[in-house]
Design a protein around this ligand. Sequence first.
Ligand code: A3P
Length: 322
Amino acid sequence: EEQSTFRHGVVRILPDGWLYPGTTPRFLNRIQSFKFRPDDVFVMTFPKSGTTWMQEILWTMIFNPNLDNPQATQPLLVRSADISVDMMFDTVKLDEVNPESMYEAFKQLCPGKNEEDGLAVQCLDAMPGQRVIKCHYPLDLMPPDLLDKTKVVYVARNPKDMVVSFYHFYKVIKVFDYKGSLDKFIKLFMDNNVVYCPYWPHIKEAWKKRNHPNLHFVFYEDLKADPQGELRKLNQFLATDLTEQQLKNVVQHTTFSSMKSRGDPLPDKGLYNEELHQTSGGFYRKGVAGDWKNHFSQELNQEMDKWIKENIGDSGIHFKMD
Ligand code: A3P
């Protein structure tokens, strides 16, 4: 049951013990030889930390600051592909694939490509112009000179809200199909037995590099509290030179309710346990800071506080919990 957060084989990648689907090492090799471009922008996150939100913010800042670009109606996965998604496709493929699955959608985006070589990497290769690239792999698994080649925006979210969001996601996504309780899930998570774990080395490595000129570190909670202020910093980091009005446009276009109204970023029904997906609010579930308070028992909260304290150590990371 320890592996119940993933229905297919998993692998631990050393030294930090990243828990990923079994095919991942093959795709990591492809990334070592990936053709980075100097104007690429990577959105790097531990899952459920605000990845999609930041992808939409950056894409809109770069390509749609006046909100008049007709391409904006394309699904986000077309406008901003995920370099780390191949590991999931490969395992989805082993499953009974719904013809409308995201995997199939991706294959259509990259006609004639060889699946073995990683569809995401090939799609990204074929993408013209500037790219906003999603990446759940940590810096540790990317080429060591990544920050010499490209810019990275790292989004971190407090682990209590992140894990609640993660838990819902693991219940609604078919390849995970998690059936246990939240308490059990959080224990698996704290023991690094959930796919994508461990959480701490992911965030700590980026935090250590937060003053690197090509890395911008931002907290979900700060983005939520003062989006215009955070977008001003991104405007500097990206050298996009947007006006205050344009930044305001982007903020309005990327609020939770605005993004939710435009529909799910994973439009494919085959990916979800559909009934649960409907009742839990869908991909845009809640979009707030502090929702963990509606889900945590006092005991669980104490346990997690202890775990956070032990792991945060003297890193200097400070999370806002509400
Ligand atoms: P919740 O499940 O807490 O609602 P990711 O994109 O990394 O998978 O993260 C998903 C989380 O970000 C979900 O959290 C989702 O609702 C939230 N989110 C997505 N868009 C958002 C937005 N525009 N504003 C605030 N939160 C957003």
